[in-house]
Write a protein that binds this ligand. Structure first.
Ligand SMILES: Nc1ncnc2c1ncn2[C@@H]1O[C@H](COP(=O)(O)OP(=O)(O)O)[C@@H](O)[C@H]1O
Ligand code: SF4
Ligand SMILES: [Mg+2]
Length: 336
C-alpha cells in the first residue's frame, strides 16, 4: 500500500482488471465434446494500490503489456475496473453516477500516444477542441471561437490555423491539438499514456516542456505513463514500477535511481543508457516477459530474477513500506 496524506488527489485501492478472451466456435465445440478447454482470462491489472499527491508528477513505468494503459484508462474513467476502488478528491469514482460521475470524468483527462488516431480526421481543429467545452457549458456558441483561440495559444498552436484539419499539422502539432482538447474542459489531472513515444526525438523534449509549463500554469497533477525510464526521469517526482499487472516498487525519483530496491527495477536501470538518448526502444531485462494469460506463481518476476529462492516461486510478495515514502514488493526485504 502507499501512503495517503491530506494532499492526496487520487487513490487507487486494490484495483484489478481482467479481460476474458471468449472461446471461438472451434473452442466451444471442443468444450461440448468434453475437452477441458476454457475461456482465457488476462489479469491485466492485478490488485494495484497507489496514492497520487496533488500537484505531483507520477511516472508509471514497465515493459509493454504490463498493464500501464489499462490502469491509466480505469483512472480516466474509460474502462470499468473488475475489482477495487478509485477515489478522486475523497470520493469513490467507481461508485459515482450521473452529474457527479460526469464532472469527475471531465476533471481527469487522458492524452494518448497516437494523436492522429485519437483525432477525428473529418473535424476541424476548432470543433475538435471546442466540442466538449461547448457541450459541458465551459463556453457558449458565441464565444467558442475565442475560447478555442485561447486554448490553442496556451499549447503553442497558432489560432490562425483553427479551421484546418488534423492531417494539415505535423506530429508534434497534432499532439498539441490532443493536449488542447483535453485542457479545454479545465481538467485537474492528466493521464499521459506514452504521450511522446510516437513523436520525433527532436519534438519529444518540446512536448515534455509544454507539459511541465502547463503543470506550473494550471496547477495540474500528472500520471505519466512510459515504457522508458529515461523519459520519466527528469519530470517525475516519484516513480511507480509495474510488472505483469502488479506494482513492484514506488519511490521518489532520486532515490529510485540512486538506490533501486526491487530486483526488477535494478534490472531496468542497468539498461538505461548513460548518455541522454531518448527515443531508444530498449529491451530491458534478460529473458522473455511471461504471458499475462499464465503468469508465474508467487512473485511474477521469479523466473527472471537473479535472487529468486523457493519461497519466491510460491508466495506473492506484498508491496510494503521499506522506508518513508518508499514501497517495494520483494521477499528480500524481509531478511534485511
Ligand atoms: N481490450 C482488451 N482485451 C483483451 N486484452 C487486453 C485488452 N487491453 C489490454 N489487454 C491485455 O492486457 C494486458 C495489459 O495491456 P496494457 O494495459 O495495454 O499494457 P501496457 O500499456 O503496459 O503495454 C496485455 O496482455 C494486453 O494484451
Ligand atoms: S520476491 Fe524473490 S523473485 Fe521476486 S524480486 Fe524478490 S527476490 Fe526476486
Ligand atoms: Mg500501453
Amino acid at each position: 500500500m502507499s501512503e495517503k496524506t491530506n494532499d492526496t488527489m487520487l487513490t487507487v485501492d486494490n484495483l484489478s482488471k481482467n479481460f476474458v478472451k471468449k472461446l471461438d466456435l472451434a473452442g466451444k465445440i471442443a468444450q461440448k465434446l468434453g475437452s477441458n478447454i476454457r475461456e482465457e482470462v488476462v489479469h491485466a491489472v492485478d490488485g494495484v494500490s497507489l496514492a497520487i499527491p496533488k500537484g505531483s508528477v507520477v511516472g508509471l513505468v514497465g515493459e509493454s503489456g504490463c498493464g500501464k494503459s489499462t490502469l491509466g484508462r480505469m483512472i480516466a474513467g474509460i474502462l470499468r475496473p473488475t475489482g477495487g476502488d478509485i477515489t478522486y478528491k475523497g470520493v469513490s469514482i467507481t461508485k459515482m453516477s450521473g452529474d457527479e460521475a460526469a464532472r469527475a470524468a471531465l476533471q481527469i483527462q487522458m492524452i494518448f500516444q497516437d494523436p492522429f488516431a485519437s483525432l477525428n480526421p473529418r473535424m476541424r481543429v476548432i470543433d475538435i477542441i471546442g466540442e466538449a467545452p461547448l457541450t459541458h457549458g465551459f463556453t457558449t456558441a458565441a464565444e467558442k471561437d475565442s475560447y478555442v483561440c485561447d486554448v490553442m495559444k496556451r499549447v503553442g498552436l497558432d489560432p490562425e490555423y483553427r479551421r484546418r484539419y488534423p492531417h494539415q499539422f505535423s506530429g508534434g502539432q497534432r499532439q498539441r491539438i490532443g493536449i488542447a482538447r483535453a485542457l479545454a474542459v479545465n481538467p485537474e489531472f492528466l493521464v499521459c499514456d506514452e504521450a511522446i513515444a510516437a513523436l520525433d526525438v527532436s519534438i519529444q523534449a518540446q512536448v515534455i516542456n509544454l507539459f511541465m509549463d502547463l503543470r506550473e500554469d494550471l496547477d495540474l497533477t500528472y500520471l505519466f505513463i512510459s515504457h522508458d525510464l529515461s523519459v520519466v526521469k527528469h519530470i517525475s517526482d516519484r516513480i511507480v514500477i509495474m510488472y505483469l499487472g502488479r506494482i513492484v516498487e514506488i519511490s521518489p525519483t532520486d532515490e529510485l535511481y540512486a538506490d533501486p530496491n526491487h530486483p526488477y527495477t535494478q534490472a531496468l536501470l542497468n539498461e538505461v543508457p548513460q548518455l541522454e538518448h531518448r527515443g531508444r526502444d530498449y529491451k530491458p531485462v534478460e529473458g522473455e516477459i511471461p504471458s499475462p494469460l499464465d503468469p508465474p506463481s508467487g512473485c511474477h518476476f521469479h523466473p527472471r530474477c537473479p535472487h529468486a529462492t523457493d519461497r519466491c516461486a510460491t508466495e506473492r510478495p506484498e508491496l510494503r513500506e521499506i522506508a518513508p515514502t518508499r514501497w517495494s514488493a520483494c521477499h528480500l526485504n524481509d531478511e534485511a
